[in-house]
Design a protein around this ligand. Structure first.
Ligand code: CMP
Length: 144
C-alpha cells in the first residue's frame, strides 16, 4: 500500500465544541502522522476557492458562510492509504448516516455542520494540501 497525504480540516462547529484533541487522537490511533498544521479564520475568497468543486450546488453559499463563521484547524496527514483511512475515521458526510464510533457520528450536527473535512481522492488531496501549505511547511519523519 502506498504512503499518501490527505488534507484534513476541523470545522468551526467542532472548534466551538472544544474537541480538537479528541479528533486528532483518532487520527493518531489510525496511524496517521500530522506533517503540517495551522489555525486559520478563512475569508470568503479562501473558502470559495477551497470548495470551488462545489460551486453552483445548492449548499455552496451556506457552506462558505459556515466555514467562514469561526476558526478552523487545517492539517496534512501522512500514512498508508491516508485518504481512505481518514475518510473512514471521519464517517459519512451526513452525521445521521455515519457509523458508530466515527468523528461525524460523535461530533457532527448535520450534513453541513459535520465537524471535519478530508480529501476524497489523490488529485483532490494534492490540490487541497497545496491550497493551504507550501512544500517547505510539510515536515518529514524520515529521520525517525
Ligand atoms: P466536506 O467533506 O467538507 O465537503 C463538502 C461539504 O459540503 C461537506 O463536507 C458538507 O459540510 C457540505 N454540505 C452541505 N450540504 C451538503 C450536501 N447536501 N451534500 C454534501 N455536502 C454537503
Amino acid at each position: 500500500m502506498a504512503v499518501e497525504r490527505t488534507l484534513g480540516v476541523i470545522k468551526p462547529d467542532a472548534l466551538e465544541k472544544g474537541v480538537i484533541g479528541e479528533i486528532l487522537k483518532r487520527a493518531e490511533d489510525a496511524n496517521l502522522k500530522m506533517i503540517a498544521c495551522k489555525m486559520a479564520k478563512l475569508d470568503k475568497k479562501r473558502a470559495e476557492g477551497f470548495y470551488a468543486v462545489h460551486k453552483g450546488k445548492s449548499f455552496f453559499d451556506s457552506l462558505v458562510t459556515f466555514m467562514t463563521s469561526g476558526p478552523v484547524l487545517i492539517f496534512t496527514l501522512e500514512g498508508e492509504n491516508a485518504i481512505k483511512t481518514w475518510r473512514g475515521v471521519m464517517g459519512a458526510t451526513n452525521p445521521e448516516e455515519a457509523a458508530d464510533g466515527t468523528i461525524r457520528k460523535d461530533f457532527g450536527t448535520n450534513v453541513e455542520r459535520n465537524a471535519v473535512h478530508g480529501s476524497d481522492a489523490p488529485e483532490t488531496a494534492k490540490f487541497e494540501v497545496s491550497y493551504f501549505f507550501e512544500n517547505h511547511e510539510l515536515v518529514s519523519y524520515e529521520w525517525m
